[in-house]
Design a protein around this ligand. Structure first.
Ligand code: AMP
Length: 596
């Protein structure tokens, strides 16, 4: 079911004094976007003038955009890695930032198979908190009465490690949930969660999810919004309910807590929540035991007004499933952020997912935009990045940031399209992340990683004189959790000695072992990706694929096998040629310790 975007005509007025102030702040920042940007850059450059990095470019105290752009190069993570490595190893000199690096944020983007380490400083937490504080004032303009109930949000922390130099390395949300900003937040009637902090802060994902679900079930009538950071996280929670509703309803019926939840602080806090409620248990059991789980979210949490999950970018693949489980509830994508920097927010959060545009807040960092797309490079002349206020509606750009924490002209890798302006601040549709072929949860697998994984796995076939002649891939999100599907066309030169099913199962595992650490963490620790599947197709299938592409206008000379597919006719063709399917028989290796 499609939900009509709520037009600005349906927008109300600020719910309270604090909201009016937050909205006023958004107005000021966006009205003066260019001026704010100029000041942000000057502040970053003044403060960090004595860093080893900036001194290397002889800015000589200049803080203006022209000098900065002419002297400081645009870089990628790989360019900075030697410096980041020194910081990780314990060098406390001002390498990138004049302020001490407080920790590393581990990005879901990888470099050489490992998570990227983003240096951060203490005050960045305040900047992130500021962006969070703007979300509810905006939402309250569109949805009334959110102070009359609670939010059921499935929020999780992940394990953290230390670099050789002793700095903590963890994902940005783990850092935020463990901060006082979150843990000791003041009571806000518009931001009451059903999940206790103790459950959110438990690193064991089963115990955390179990407790959060149990609390959400107890509070079923108070719940006004249901969410997770990404759509995949919410679907994981639904799957969890499918697998665990019997134990959950047992606990509700008896007022006891599943003995598998052993975390002492959770058990302690749950004594204040648990009570025997046979009627509630019976109701939930009746709903869950039905074969049909359509609209399960609204059946169990009947007062839910919207889902709060990101469904833009790679997460758009989950929209049909979310609609199925929620009866098409509105899906609010409230913000756009990364480990490097929080960027901005959606000023019209109840709009249809296809209409979502994020307004980049000019106070968060200094932003530049590298023109992207077929008409951007012209005749080989290097393209110059453009300032925030000067981007053009309809054009696509790659985001480049300069942060307070010491990233200068850093390519984030996101491609954005300008959809319009709010005051003088542009609004962007998230188009895609560069070079990402497959993504199920926070994993991002690029073409080179997939190719390397195929090569590693196909080594197992050598002894059978068999090789992989063609392949493509597909992110299958119809299963929960979703999983990677790899289509293989094999050339077996020795029919008397062909690979067995078990050998091909092992190829699935070999592929998983070769994929990056974020993929393996999702598989092993988060259980947010299912076993990798190889579908062997008949000989000649990829030639048929090419014939099909050519019949639709592709040039024979330039035809390249697509390394990832999703177009229905192509999927149908591939699936109709499958001769055998194979799944990874066990989990790949993943260790939380990172070796810096
Ligand atoms: P990480 O650094 O691991 O937190 O990942 C950040 C990346 O996630 C961003 O650079 C985007 O590619 C993606 N991302 C974050 N927020 C959104 C959003 N609202 N819509 C689409 N993609 C997003």
């Amino acid at each position: 079911m499609e939900i009509d975007p709520i037009s600005s005509a349906q927008m109300g007025s600020p719910a309270r004094e604090e909201d009016a102030k937050a909205l006023q702040f958004i107005e000021e920042m966006t009205r003066n976007a260019d001026w704010v940007q100029q000041n942000v850059l000057a502040q970053i450059l003044t403060r960090n003038a004595e860093t080893e990095y900036l001194k290397g470019f002889s800015l000589n105290g200049a803080t203006d955009r022209e000098t900065f752009k002419s002297k400081v190069p645009i870089v990628t993570y790989e360019d900075l890695q030697p410096l980041i490595q020194r910081i990780a190893n314990g060098d406390r000199s001002p390498i990138l930032s004049s302020q001490p690096i407080s920790e590393f944020l581990t990005s879901s983007g990888t470099s050489a198979g490992e998570r990227k380490l983003m240096p951060t400083i203490k005050e960045e937490l305040d900047r992130r908190q500021l962006l969070y504080s703007l979300l509810m004032p905006v939402m309250n303009l569109y949805v009334k009465g959110l102070d009359k109930g609670k939010g059921l949000y499935f929020l999780f922390i992940k394990s953290e490690t230390r670099t050789p130099g002793g700095l903590v390395a963890r994902p940005v949300l783990t850092s935020y949930y463990k901060s006082d900003h979150f843990k000791t937040r003041t009571y806000d009637p518009y931001n009451v969660y059903t999940s206790p902090n103790e459950a959110i802060l438990c690193v064991d994902s089963f115990q955390s999810m179990y407790t959060q679900m149990l609390c959400g079930l107890y509070d079923r009538e108070q719940v006004l919004r249901v969410g997770a950071v990404f759509a995949s996280g919410l679907l994981r929670a639904i799957r969890f309910l499918q697998l665990n509703w019997q134990q959950l309803t047992h606990d509700i019926r008896t007022g006891s807590l599943n003995p598998m939840v052993t975390d002492v602080s959770i058990r302690e806090c749950m004594t204040r929540v648990l009570r025997p409620d046979p009627d509630l248990a019976n109701f939930i059991a009746r709903e869950c035991e039905k074969d049909n789980w359509e609209r399960i979210i609204t059946r169990i949490w009947p007062n839910t007004k919207y889902l709060d999950v990101i469904v833009t970018g790679a997460m758009a693949q989950y929209i049909p499933t979310l609609d199925y489980y929620s009866g098409g509830l509105p899906k609010a994508c409230t913000m756009y952020a990364s480990s490097e920097c929080y960027f901005g927010l959606n000023l019209n959060p109840m709009c249809n997912p296809s209409q979502v545009s994020y307004t980049i807040m000019p106070n968060m960092a200094y932003f530049e935009f590298l023109p992207h797309g077929p008409d951007s490079s012209g005749l080989g002349v290097p393209v110059q990045p453009i300032d925030l206020a000067n981007v053009k509606t309809g054009k696509e750009y790659e985001l480049v940031i300069t942060t307070y924490a010491g990233l200068y002209r850093y390519r984030v890798g996101d491609i954005l399209r300008v959809t319009g302006f709010h005051n003088s601040a542009p609004q962007f549709q998230f188009i895609r992340r560069k070079n990402v072929l497959l993504s199920i949860d926070s994993d991002k697998t690029d073409e080179a990683e997939l190719q390397a994984a195929i090569e590693n796995a196909s080594r197992l076939l050598r002894k059978f004189n068999t090789s992989v002649v063609e392949y493509t891939s597909y992110a299958d999100t119809k299963t929960i959790p979703g999983h990677y599907v790899i289509y293989w066309e094999l050339l077996a030169k020795d029919s008397a000695n062909s690979a067995s099913n078990e050998d091909l199962d092992q190829c699935c595992l070999a592929m998983e072992e070769s994929l990056n650490s974020v993929y393996r963490q999702c598989r092993v620790a988060d259980n947010s990706i299912g076993p990798l599947e190889i579908r062997v197709v008949e000989n000649g299938t990829f030639e048929e694929l090419m014939d099909y592409a050519i019949s639709r206008g592709a040039s024979i000379n330039q035809y390249k096998v697509p390394r990832c597919v999703s177009f229905t006719p192509i999927m149908e063709l591939l699936n109709s040629r499958v001769v055998s399917t194979h799944f990874s028989p066990s989990l790949p290796q993943w260790v939380p310790e990172r070796r810096c």
